[in-house]
Design a binder for this molecule. Structure first.
Ligand SMILES: NC(=O)c1ccc[n+]([C@@H]2O[C@H](COP(=O)([O-])OP(=O)(O)OC[C@H]3O[C@@H](n4cnc5c(N)ncnc54)[C@H](OP(=O)(O)O)[C@@H]3O)[C@@H](O)[C@H]2O)c1
Length: 331
């Protein structure tokens, strides 16, 4: 990205020096990378208070590829290993032919997947595990409402929740109802035909991927003592520390969160809002679930690397069914 702005104006393919590994790093030849809405938010400058990037700056979080070189301290990977990875906010740059990242971010790619399929999993998979397992501590038999079940996060989250024994309700438009059923959803609410607020009000967990009014409304459909976990709503109490916010930003965050904090207090419902962290061990867990055929990648569309701008337009439509992926295979 040349500067912050509209993706079509500021994203360009340029030549940069090939990376060499630091002692704890792996250099990966990238075969495919996946897009995430956060790429657009970064490009448009929405996150510049949290993560100011020096321009020009590479972009992209998810990748799958082959290990090209390893640093002197790396014991867990060897040249030629097929791996998948999610970069951190400090190390983004997977929309590229190569990247150097800490070895602890990587895991071996699920054996039966193409690189395009493997690249589609890391960010959405880590987000789901960090929301449902690390924060809400879900248990088999619990009931969960997952918003936007047909999206990148939702399509993974439905499968993960089923794999660990939850009862899954999800919202989507009527054109995607069969699609989310095929992913395993038990109850499907077509938001253009039904109002989910008229349905059950005793979910153990609500996974809010939409934000806005959906975050506040989550407290109307979660049971007392339940859990609302959001990846699009206002900050929770730990969020300012997670992003190392300034005093002024903390005050703004506090103001933005006042209504959810009140709702959370009133109903005794835990509220979480977090940014995803890179974690190779959790990626290995995801690879295991894929190898056991309990989770499969869901790809909306694959674009060649040169068509990254077109891929970003597809993502920005907010209509993707699963993941938008770019392939470097032919570059
Ligand atoms: N840790 C984090 O902070 C974190 C991590 C990952 C993602 N996120 C955020 O989470 C959000 C979702 O990410 P994503 O990758 O899943 O996005 P996405 O793939 O672009 O979501 C597109 C999907 O959303 C569905 N959708 C749109 N409006 C809807 C509505 N009102 N009700 C139900 N479904 C709706 C669409 O289905 P229809 O076409 O059927 O409407 C479409 O399939 C984004 O805001 C992203 O920035 C945050």
């Amino acid at each position: 990205m040349k500067r912050y702005g509209k993706a079509s104006d500021v994203v360009r393919l340029v030549d940069r020096p090939a990376p060499t590994p630091r002692p704890n790093e792996v250099v990966c030849d990238i075969a495919a990378a996946a897009l995430n809405p956060i790429d657009l938010r970064i490009i448009e400058g929405d996150l510049k208070r949290i993560d100011p990037y020096r321009m020009p700056h590479p972009i992209g979080f998810d990748a799958s590829g082959t290990v090209r070189a390893v640093g002197s301290q790396v014991r867990t990977f060897r040249i030629g290993d097929e791996v998948f990875v999610r970069a951190s906010r400090e190390t983004i740059g997977t929309f590229a032919e190569q990247i150097a990242l800490p070895f602890s971010f990587f895991a071996l790619k699920p054996v039966d997947l193409s690189h395009e399929e493997a690249a589609s999993l890391p960010l959405v998979g880590l987000t789901t595990i960090q929301a449902l397992t690390d924060r809400c501590r879900v248990r088999p038999g619990q009931r969960i409402l997952i918003h936007a079940g047909s999206g990148g996060v939702g399509s993974f989250a439905i499968q993960f929740a089923k794999a660990i024994g939850l009862h899954v309700a999800t919202t989507t438009s009527s054109r995607n109802t069969q699609f989310v059923r095929d992913l395993g959803a038990d109850d499907v609410i077509a938001y253009d035909k039904q109002d989910y607020l008229q349905g059950p009000t005793d979910y153990d967990v609500v996974f809010d991927t939409l934000g806005g009014q959906h975050t506040l409304d989550a407290f109307k459909v979660a049971r007392k003592g339940g859990c609302v976990v959001s990846i699009a709503g206002p900050p929770d109490r730990n969020f300012p520390d997670q992003v190392d916010a300034s005093f002024a930003t903390r005050l703004v965050m506090r103001f933005l969160s006042r209504k959810v904090f009140a709702a959370s207090r009133e109903k005794g419902i835990r509220y979480y809002r977090f940014l995803t962290e890179s974690d190779g061990a959790q990626l290995a867990d995801i690879a295991r679930l894929v190898d056991q055929q309990r989770i499969r990648p869901v790809i909306d569309q694959i674009f060649p690397f040169e068509q990254l701008p077109e891929a970003l337009v597809r993502l920005s439509s907010k209509r993707a069914r699963g993941k938008v992926v770019i392939s470097m295979a032919h570059t």
